[in-house]
Design a protein around this ligand. Structure first.
Ligand SMILES: *Cc1c(COP(=O)(O)O)cnc(C)c1O
Length: 361
């Protein structure tokens, strides 16, 4: 069977060259006579894999030396609790900007552990925009301000970061990590479940400023304490070895085949523009997000007619464009066009949408 164009929000497409390399190395990883899946995480060969993955991430994302990179488990969702347990530690207060379900879940989790509040929200318009904030909206004694940088479900992204002054900014970058350059020094902590843009499911990447480690609440379980993993170079217990290995391959692809973050951004902008330009000129399809806050990664769109949406999802699936059904809270369709989605995938999707429009108007 031919490979499909997979527009899933996650897990999502991986570069074909990465999958081929992983297949090549499946039975015998570089002369070790074993698969990475079978390998001790304390072995020399694996130590090099995890160290290379970290070094590549530091290089590609230009991560400053005073930040730790951690490879954890539990997905983006476990970070909702970890962030609060580890960082809401001075005044037991945190300010959240609610731009969708993921930010809301993070807020609700933090509320279990302290005085976490929503200081802004775009719930009034089904999260179709990023709310404007200024420094005066944040409590001066908040331990951190929390945002979800790219909103996977609603297709919005921050083009400009909130000004939080000296308050550390925490961001969920699950669906936009390594999609374009990001100034890590502007954040106290970044985290991402890897299955959207960096690997298969299983590994969660945390990038945290060193001074924010080591002050977790007393109730924090050992495994949920950043210090545990920072002190052990992410080898306190068995890490998600294979997913970290795939992340290494993806980072090699970004560095060597794409040419780094600026090039990645160019590619992603070109791809997204193709789809947004079509949506802006279509008589049938329409994007749901205000133009100034549109994501490069997730593009929700609708026809305005639920039956026609369903027909489009069915016919597009049959044509090899899979997982275009929108999130149940938005309806319609969503094309997730992460790093690994080739330009031709979007080109062919747009051609299919044009034909569908001609046939149905
Ligand atoms: C997918 C996603 C999550 C949840 O990730 P899990 O790894 O499934 O827990 C959290 N935040 C964002 C922005 C996401 O896209």
């Amino acid at each position: 069977m031919a490979r499909v164009y997979n527009f899933s929000a996650g897990p999502s497409m991986l570069p074909e060259s990465v999958l081929k390399k992983a297949a090549e190395e499946m039975l015998d990883y570089q002369g070790t006579g074993q698969s990475v899946m079978e390998m001790s995480h304390r072995s020399k060969a694996y130590d090099k894999i995890i160290k290379d993955a970290e070094a590549l991430l530091r290089e590609v994302m230009n991560i400053p030396d005073n930040y730790k990179v951690l490879f954890l488990q539990g997905g983006g969702s476990t970070q909702f609790a970890m962030v609060a347990l580890n960082l809401m530690n001075k005044n037991n207060k945190a300010d959240y900007i609610v731009t969708g379900q993921w930010a809301k879940k993070a807020l609700q989790e933090a509320q279990r552990y302290g005085d976490a509040v929503a200081v802004a929200s775009s719930a009034d318009k089904t999260f179709t925009y990023i709310p404007k904030t200024d420094r005066s909206m944040f409590r001066e004694d908040a331990d951190y301000v929390y945002i979800c940088l790219n909103n996977t479900i609603y297709g919005t992204v921050y083009h400009e970061l909130p000004d939080t002054g000296d308050i550390p900014l925490v961001a969920d970058i699950s669906s936009c990590i390594v999609s374009e350059p990001l100034d890590v020094s502007k954040f106290g902590l970044l985290f991402a479940g890897a299955q959207k843009n960096m690997s298969g499911a299983g590994v969660t990447i945390v990038i945290v400023r060193e001074d924010l480690i080591g002050n977790a609440m007393d109730i924090t379980p050992t495994m949920l304490n950043y210090k545990t993993h920072a002190d052990a170079d992410s080898l306190y217990n068995t890490p998600p070895c294979y997913a970290i290995y795939v992340a290494k391959l993806v980072l090699e692809w970004i560095k060597n085949d794409i040419g780094g973050m600026e090039k990645m951004k160019e590619r992603n902008e070109k791809k997204a523009k193709l789809l947004y330009d079509f949506l802006d000129n279509s008589k049938l399809f329409k994007g749901t997000v205000v133009p100034e806050d549109r994501s490069l990664m997730n593009v929700p769109f609708v026809t305005g007619d639920a039956d026609l949406d369903a027909k489009f999802v069915k016919e597009s699936t049959e044509a090899g464009f899979v997982n275009l059904k929108g999130h149940r809270t938005v309806g319609g369709m969503r094309a997730s066009i992460y790093n690994a989605m080739p330009y031709e995938g979007v080109e062919k999707l747009v051609a299919f949408m044009k034909q569908f429009e001609a046939d149905n108007t």
